[in-house]
Design a protein around this ligand. Structure first.
Ligand SMILES: Cc1cc2nc3c(=O)[nH]c(=O)nc-3n(C[C@H](O)[C@H](O)[C@H](O)COP(=O)(O)O)c2cc1C
Ligand code: SF4
Length: 436
């Protein structure tokens, strides 16, 4: 069956667009000239606002609104593209940078012009060596073509782009930790406010946007905000690029209009071509988003509002499908190990709580669980959200609460393997609810 889904960010996949001459022959950079520079900053921000584009890094914050917070006329404004992509299951930005690096550069020129940016960074996950290579090559070509550097196309506008490699810490994807890391400091989140748009890198206004968010801009400028807003459903406008993995016949990176039913993504010939075995559940938006059972997934749609109504999130668009041969108890243990390992250690509930949750899960998997363990895990999660600097601990709560609630029988069966399960693990006076 022909691929009928609209393409905004992946339209050049497989066409050799890494080379600037191919990218240009496909229409690339054609608006970096009069079309772009004739627009005032206000008009360009308004255009992006009208498109309804929302940040694709996870939170779905409206991009035009974020840009409107950036103050003008004072300190230099920085643009930082977030290409850290460390969440388990997420790999779309890696492919976007490998396949179409010039689209990212063009998007950065559009954002840069809108915000008066002279210096921009792409903060890339340390392990993505080939993406760094692809970006550096494309940036050199863009400089040679006069599309970066001083006085671009005689417009008087100048932009320099630097690629900065991270060192492989998931927490450096959080925008303020990323800024600390970029500055050469420890990659730990900062308290907000102030938000980066007002005071970010080197205490200057800094716009942090995801790779996919920035890569949607050339299409929006070319086709107009109304055309972009016409794709999708409700307040979920445009397309989304999904990373799909797990028990499907054809895992991969797929772009579709927001609002596509999850089952169509998993079953359709143009996407994953079917589930392997009996579907047991689906993580819809990355490891931190609450899991859906098969019954819940059967009528769920891939957009911000539909997934929120199901008690979960679109997140970064990392769909992980799993069948009934998978052990959900070991799956959760693997996720709790990840969050415990990636906690930066600044906040007690996160530093101690994610480690504690992981130790509890380890004993359950080892057949040494206690009857009180499921309640203990939920009590730990209660302390995660309100008292921490960033949402990493809350991201651990998403899978813990949803897996233990929705697949309770599997967890009870794992605990029942321990003949001494009723014994108290902790001091008899320990009351889990009073832990914090
Ligand atoms: C622990 C953690 C990790 C994150 N990792 C990423 C990431 O790898 N890429 C990303 O774009 N956003 C990530 N985010 C979200 C960023 O903080 C930020 O909201 C985003 O880059 C903003 O871009 P957007 O508005 O285009 O979505 C992460 C957030 C948290 C709390
Ligand atoms: S919540 Fe965790 S990762 Fe975030 S700042 Fe606190 S300790 Fe660090």
């Amino acid at each position: 069956m022909a691929d009928t889904s609209p393409k905004v960010c992946t339209v050049n996949f497989g066409k050799g667009a890494q080379d600037i001459s191919v990218y240009k022959s496909l229409g690339g950079y054609s608006n970096v000239g009069k079309r772009l520079f004739d627009l005032s900053q206000f008009e360009l921000i308004d255009l992006v606002t009208r498109s309804g584009l929302r940040g694709r890094g996870g939170a779905g914050f409206p991009t035009g609104m974020k840009w409107s917070f950036v103050p003008r006329g004072g300190k230099p404004v920085y643009l930082v593209v977030n290409a850290d992509e460390g969440e388990p299951g997420t790999f779309k930005d890696h492919f976007l940078m490998l396949e179409d690096p010039h689209r990212l550069i063009e998007g950065m020129l559009i954002c840069g012009w809108a915000l008066g940016v002279r210096t921009a960074y792409i903060y890339v996950r340390g392990e993505f060596l080939s993406a760094v290579e692809s970006l550096n090559k494309a940036i050199s070509q863009a400089y040679a073509a006069g599309l970066l550097g001083a006085n671009i196309g005689g417009s008087g506008y100048s932009l320099d782009i630097y690629v900065h490699r991270g060192a492989g810490a998931y927490i450096c994807g959080e925008e303020t930790a990323l800024i600390n890391s970029l500055e050469g400091c420890k990659g730990q989140p900062r308290l907000k406010p102030p938000f980066p748009a007002v005071s970010g890198a080197w205490s200057s206004p800094t716009c942090v946007n995801n790779v996919e968010t920035i890569m949607a801009l050339p299409w929006i400028l070319e086709n107009g905000p109304e055309a972009y807003a016409a794709i999708g459903v409700g307040r979920s406008n445009g397309t989304k690029v999904f990373s799909v993995s797990g028990d499907v016949k054809r895992p991969g990176v797929y772009e579709c209009a927001l609002g596509l039913p999850i089952m169509e993504m998993l079953e359709s010939e143009q996407f994953c071509q079917g589930v392997i075995g009996d579907l047991k559940g689906v993580i819809p938006g990355g490891s931190s988003t609450p899991v859906l059972t098969t019954a819940e997934a059967s009528d769920a749609k891939l957009d911000y509002e539909s997934l929120a109504a199901k008690g979960t999130m679109l997140g970064s668009g990392a769909i992980i499908a799993f069948n009934s041969s998978r052990n959900v108890v070991t799956m959760l243990q693997s996720l709790t190990r990840f969050y415990a390992h990636e906690s930066c250690g600044q906040c007690t509930p996160c530093r101690e709580g994610t480690g504690f949750a992981n130790r509890v899960m380890k004993t359950v998997v080892a057949g040494k669980g206690r009857d009180t363990d499921l309640q203990l895990l939920l009590d730990l999660c209660e302390g995660f959200t309100p008292t921490t600097i960033c949402p990493l601990a809350a991201a651990d709560a998403g899978p813990i609460e949803s897996f233990t609630k929705k697949f309770r029988a599997d967890f009870e069966a794992a605990i029942a393997r321990n003949p001494e399960r009723a014994e108290e693990r902790l001091h008899p006076n320990f009351r889990p609810g009073a832990f914090w």
